[in-house]
Structure formats: C-alpha cells, structure tokens
Ligand binder design. Structure first.
Ligand code: ZN
Length: 319
C-alpha cells in the first residue's frame, strides 16, 4: 500500500480515499474497503471488458490453444455449470464461460473478471474424481463472485487509476490494465486471504451442487504428494500453496458449516480420464511455428484461436 496516492477531487473518490486512509493501518480492514471500492467503481461491464481483453491476449500473445474434444469439454462445462448455478445466485450479473486449455504439462486453473473460468488439461488429468474438479471450479467461481480481481486491481494500481476507469476519464485504461495483467500476471495473483475465501466458496458451492466438499482437500493432498515428481504441479502450487494449514482450514470450514454432499463421481471421471489419455497431445511450450498444426485441430469450443500467434510468449502460470 506504499504507492497509493491521493484520489482526484471527485466527491465519491474523496470519500473512498478517506476510507482507505483510515483503514491503512489495518490489513484486513483495508482489504474489506478495497472490496467495497471495487464493487462501487468497477462495474460489471468493465469486468466483462477486462475479461474479454485478457482472453484475447491469452489467445494471441500467449498462444493458448483450447481443447476441442466435445465430450471432454462438454463434461467439464457440465460439472462447472452445477457450481456456477450457485455462483449466479450471488452474482446474477455475470455471464459465465468455461474453457479447457490444451496443455497437459500445466496443472492449474484460473479465473478472470467477467466470469471466465479456465482449466488446464494437466489439472483434469491429475484429478481423480468429479468432486475434485467441482471443488476446483467452485474455488475459481468464488474468485469471480467475490470480485477478487477487482479488489486486486484497486490494491495493485491504486484508487486513482480505478477511479479514472470508473469515471471514463481514462477510456484506454482497461486495455492498458489488461495488457499489464496479461504480461505480468499481476491481477491473477491473489492474496492468501482471497485464496482462503475462495476455498470457502469452493467447499460451499461444491456441496451445494451435491458433491463431496472434501474434493478440494483430496486434490490439494494429491498435489502435495506429487509436487516432487511433476513440474507441472508447481504452477498450481505457486498460486495455491497447498499447505497443511490450508487443508486444515477447509476441513474445519466444512465441519463448522455442516457441509455435506455425497457425490464423488468416480466412474464418470474415470471415463473422462480414459478419453483424455486417448486424445492427441497438443504442442506444448512455446507457441507452435505457423504451419505445424497442433495435434488437436478440431474446431474450438468457443472463439477460434489465432491462425498464426506470435512466437515465444510465456504461457500463463499464475492463477
Ligand atoms: Zn485461487
């Protein structure tokens, strides 16, 4: 919070700046105020605009390729949709979209403003049942519902920048922010407190959708066990440190809230894993050279990837 400057002289901004100044010595309170500021100043339209811009950047600058197998993508969207239904009650203004990134070496998932949820093929191949996938997607849904990205925006760029965006004084700002976010991953790096909050959403939504809410826990435990063997796991762990503390908190939260839900979905998930194992491996790592078609070249599930993305952009590793 050291680089936060005073707000421009608009009434709402002054009030908010005052609130932030008051809260500046209490981290938890500051976060709460940042959340409130984000709700007031970052509109759903702006979140959508940011999410769309980030998606375009992922596709054109980072060379993300989506898995297009209709069965797997349909399955993932079906599971995600069950937890998203609960998210919609809390944020009816969001239009949700789910994408599977065809990269089996990366075990990760992330959400961007505007309700865009992304999950990597590597994560799908590591999860062992549907409840684990539901827990991960519910966690990401929680980040969107709680507007964690907008809160990070205020925390990272300062009130002035966000006010400029809100008042339209700086119409190019959303594009600038999106570019900065896509290259540095700033917005996608959530605070530990936001991760804890998203875990609670994850357990709650998963249980509400009928899944065993411990899916998130068993997934974290597997990540911890395998973190020494699989470099792809590190991407998720760097964003979601799966410590015993974190696992303990999720377990305690489930008990405290009396969350239950019996579905593990072992059989359906085993089928999807088999299907995934049989699918060709997309070209991973640096963006493929134009002309070297990715192995999975079916039509994409949503927006088409660019025909010839620029080379050598790093793939996203933040969440
Ligand atoms: Zn998270």
């Amino acid at each position: 919070m050291t680089n936060r400057r005073s707000a421009p002289p608009s009434p709402s901004a002054s009030l908010l700046a005052g609130a932030l100044a008051l809260a500046s010595c209490a981290t938890a309170t500051t976060r709460a105020v940042e959340g409130d500021v984000a709700k007031v100043l970052v509109t759903s339209d702006q979140e959508n605009q940011l999410g769309l811009q980030l998606k375009t950047d992922l596709e054109t600058k980072q060379g993300v390729v989506y898995l297009s197998d209709p069965e797997v993508v349909g399955y993932v969207r079906g599971v995600a949709d069950k937890v998203i239904q609960l998210g919609k009650r809390d944020r009816p203004d969001v239009t949700w979209q789910v994408y599977v990134i065809d990269d089996r070496k990366t075990v990760n998932a992330f959400a961007t403003p505007g309700g865009y949820l992304y999950v990597y093929r590597g994560l799908l191949e590591m999860a062992q049942n549907e409840a684990e996938l539901a827990g991960v997607m519910a966690h990401e849904t929680g980040h969107v519902v709680a507007r964690h990205a907008a809160r990070s925006l205020v925390a990272t760029y300062g009130l002035e920048a966000v006010v400029g965006m809100a008042t339209g004084d700086n119409p190019g700002l959303v594009t600038q922010l999106a570019a900065g976010i896509a290259t540095k991953g700033l917005l996608l790096a959530h605070s530990r407190e936001d991760e804890t909050e998203a875990d609670e959403y994850g357990a709650r939504y998963a249980a509400g959708a009928g899944y065993d809410p411990h899916g998130l826990v068993t997934f974290f435990q597997r990540l911890m066990q395998q973190s020494g063997d699989t470099t792809g796991v590190l991407a998720y762990l760097s964003d979601h440190p799966a410590t015993q503390d974190r696992i303990g908190h999720v377990n305690a939260y489930i008990a405290q809230q009396g969350l239950s839900g019996g579905t593990l979905g072992d059989a359906s998930y085993a089928h999807i894993r088999q299907r995934l194992a049989a699918l060709p491996t997309a070209v991973a790592g640096p963006v493929p050279v134009a002309g070297a078609a990715p192995a999975a070249s079916l039509p994409p599930a949503a927006a088409p990837p660019p025909a010839a993305p620029p080379p050598a952009a790093p793939r996203p590793s933040t969440h």
